[in-house]
Design a protein around this ligand. Structure first.
Ligand code: BGC
Length: 748
């Protein structure tokens, strides 16, 4: 048996990380002919670019071609070939053992590592990304990414595919739970921290889906239309910030077209903006089957075709290089970007070693993040917190809260330990089916309510029966759910399955009704004024049951703020219907994954342009149900004494906790640019999460990034600060800003 055969057997049977092991054997022989010498590129004192060049110098044309495309659908498609080194993730690129270049094993990991059950493994389900962003806590975002990076390592993967930073431009988008915010500064910073957390584990990180993949309906064929300035100041800005902060190994180009060209063969977004202007040094990989050509894509800046079945970057690329349609230097650049990223992130020097994922550590981290992510939207008459240990009776209703918490679907789906908590069916999650994780809110409510409490559970399937169960109880807690997934959007903002009628019936029967939401993004709540409390928990992750109970009973003082606007009705949105939805069979194309949509159609984002989310509501003078940046607490905060640094570089103010509980306040700073900028709305400029004991106060200083005071000039092809009066406001929500000061500024 040859060495490499032995290695494969060793890896398969023992499931140990073999990448580093492979290296010393193969590479030294090939390069030096001396079994003990280290090849020059293994000198870690050299920079990643030099190391990559040294290695690439030794590669054949075929080896180079092998690196720029995936090995096929692998475990994602029944019957597809699964190569021996394939670790059971979404993608696999075989390495070059003779040079010591490890395989690249890519795993979907938007909210935790996907496909764990494929190989009897476990992965932590984190709260959804939108929830993490609701914490407005960069440390929580970093921790989020660290959990993903740590578990990828433990499972033997060396590249994450996650880091969704598309803007929540379309509140009914099925993937909003994978994204962070409608605001580019919040989204970019939070997802940038997330990707840093991933890469801190010597795992290649990724930011996706570049760009304007803001709805799932017809995602493979739609033309996202948006003028350059608006694009630069919204969707592109989120990517610019996240990529600039994290220096991810990969950026995944999206399925849709951006104006005329597909995102994966788009000169403007790839070559000009991403690589040229932002100086991105990593590689662009296609979304799965998002490549549409060989020469055009290669020349526009695509570096890796995934999963590779379409064969654009295999033999056809080799022929295009030999024929001169794609210069050899361009192929070398693709390979350089991949190999330099492997050196830069440490996947060659510190390859992952398989071990057991620590489920307890993961659960604690997930719960901690969720406790910062929960947003208290309503608390009439101080109905919350409930009196821990002293309750008489609670009716807990709906949302399968007896068994667990809901998770989001699609390629972000994590496998639930013990199978779906709804039916305990073993095996990995199935596409298109809602999966509940075994963290039962009912169980933790029962624990905290106290020994004298009678807790009744009603499934909430029949509003009349639920109302009956609620009628006599001291408090009714209703769980409502909205399952969302990649590949489909929600046709409306309404909760599905007649849950509005359920809440209305319970609220009519019990004056102390609290609603807990488990949802992918904004929903409307026609019953909002008829209930005492509303708790937004997003998809709360594996520690969700505990986190929700801790907030309901006041063990945790809620501190999250909305990273998105909740409209009262679809009629108030820039697009009252999801564009393209009516033209579809079903709502997303024939195969349920947003693919195979027969006809191209435009999605005109110029309707709102720069006025995404809260900016739109402000510009049009419309009242949302709950505004961007809003969230209540069990204490109160007072803002005073605003001082703005003369050059607009920072703001300082006093923040005081005037209530009786300790808490964290997210203090928000907004700027309105001079009228000449043509942006008649305030924009988030900066924020800080501040912890304050009851009665405590602090002078808070928050730096303002120069970009927040600038606009993009297409004429000058760059960012510039307009001259005139800038209005700076600070407070606890985009709709409540007690501090205001204006200042005159000239160009920077
Ligand atoms: C999704 C990507 C995902 C890929 C691989 C695609 O359908 O859009 O986000 O990473 O599949 O699973």
């Amino acid at each position: 048996m040859s060495f490499s055969e032995k290695r494969i057997l060793f890896c398969v049977v023992l499931m140990l990380g073999c990448t580093g092991f492979a290296f010393t054997q193969g590479a030294s022989k090939a390069v030096s002919g001396n079994a003990h010498a280290q090849p020059a590129w293994m000198d870690s004192s050299l920079d990643p670019d030099t190391r990559a060049d040294l290695m690439i110098h030794e590669m054949t044309l075929d080896e180079k071609i092998q690196l720029v495309h995936g090995d096929g659908w692998g475990v994602l498609q029944k019957g597809a070939n699964v190569a021996p080194g394939h670790n059971g993730g979404a993608g696999f690129v075989p390495g070059i053992p003779r040079l010591g270049l490890p395989d690249i094993n890519l795993a979907d990991s938007a909210v935790g590592v996907r496909m764990a059950a494929w190989d009897s493994r476990y992965a932590t389900l984190l709260p959804s990304v939108i929830g993490m962003a609701a914490s407005w806590d960069p440390d929580a975002a970093f921790l989020y990414g660290s959990v993903i990076g740590r578990e990828l390592r433990d499972m033997g993967f060396n590249m994450s595919i996650g880091g969704g930073v598309d803007l929540i431009r379309e509140p009914r988008n099925g993937r909003n739970f994978e994204y962070a915010s409608e605001d580019p500064i919040l989204a970019g910073n939070m997802v940038g921290q997330l990707a840093r957390g991933v890469q801190s584990n010597h795992i290649m990180g990724d930011i996706k889906h570049y760009v304007l993949n803001d709805q799932e309906t017809g995602r493979n064929t739609l033309y996202a239309k948006l003028d350059e300035r608006a694009m630069r100041e919204t969707d592109l800005l989120a990517f610019q910030i996240a990529i600039g902060m994290a220096h991810p190994a990969g950026v995944m180009c999206s399925y849709n077209r951006v104006n005329e060209d597909y995102a994966c063969e788009n000169q403007f977004t790839l070559n000009k903006v991403l690589k040229g202007e932002w100086g991105f040094k990593g590689f662009v990989l296609s979304d799965w089957s998002g490549t549409h050509s060989t020469v055009k894509a290669a020349l526009a800046g695509l570096d890796m075709d995934q999963p590779g079945d379409d064969n654009y970057f295999s033999e056809p690329l080799k022929q295009a290089v030999l024929g001169g349609q794609v210069p050899q230097a361009r192929l070398d650049d693709m390979v350089h970007r991949i190999v330099r990223s492997m050196f830069a992130t440490g996947v060659i020097d510190q390859p992952p070693v398989k071990t057991v994922v620590d489920p307890f550590r993961g659960r604690d981290d997930a719960q901690k993040i969720e406790e910062e992510s929960i947003v208290l939207l309503r608390n009439e008459g101080g109905a919350l917190p409930l009196a821990a240990g002293k309750m008489r009776s609670i009716a807990v209703i709906g949302g399968h809260s007896d068994v667990g918490v809901l998770s989001g679907g699609g390629s972000a789906q994590v496998d639930s330990p013990g199978g779906n908590a709804l039916n305990a069916q073993p095996g990995g999650a199935m596409w298109g089916k809602p999966v509940y994780f075994p963290s039962s809110p009912l169980r933790y409510i029962r624990e905290q309510a106290g020994p004298g409490a009678t807790i009744a559970y009603d499934p909430g399937t029949d509003p009349a029966a639920a109302a009956k169960a609620a009628a006599g109880a001291q408090v009714a807690v209703v769980f409502v759910t909205q399952w969302m997934s990649e590949g489909q959007d929600s046709a409306t903002l309404s909760l599905p399955d007649k849950q509005d009628a359920l809440v209305a019936a319970v609220a009519a029967a019990n004056p102390n009704t609290i609603v807990v939401l488990e949802n992918g993004g904004p929903v409307n709540m026609p019953w909002a004024k008829n209930v005492k409390g509303i708790v937004e928990s997003w998809y709360p992750g594996i520690g969700g049951g505990q986190a929700i109970a801790n907030v309901l009973f006041g063990k945790v003082n809620p501190s999250g703020k909305l990273p998105v606007t909740f409209a009262a009705t679809e009629a108030d949105l820039p697009h009252p219907q999801v564009p393209g939805l009516t033209a579809m069979t079903g709502n997303n194309g024939a195969d349920g994954r947003g693919r195979n949509q027969a006809k191209d159609f435009p999605v005109d984002y110029n309707v709102e342009g720069m006025a995404v989310g809260y900016r739109w509501f402000q510009e049009k003078g419309r009242q949302p149900l709950f505004p961007f940046g809003f969230g209540l607490s069990y204490t109160r905060y007072a803002y005073s004494d605003l001082q703005v640094d003369k050059g607009g570089k920072s703001v300082t103010f006093e923040l005081r906790n005037t209530g009786a509980a300790a808490g964290d306040e997210v203090a928000e700073v907004y700027v309105t640019l001079p009228a000449s900028a043509g942006e008649p709305f305030r924009k988030l400029a900066a924020w800080k999460r501040v912890s304050l004991a009851a009665g405590a106060k602090e002078m808070v200083t928050i730096p303002i990034d120069a970009l927040a005071l600038e606009i993009y000039s297409t004429k000058d092809e760059g960012w510039m600060r307009p001259s005139g009066e800038f209005v700076i406001e600070a407070g606890g929500s985009s709709a409540e800003l007690p501090l205001r000061e204006s200042m005159m500024l000239g160009p920077r």
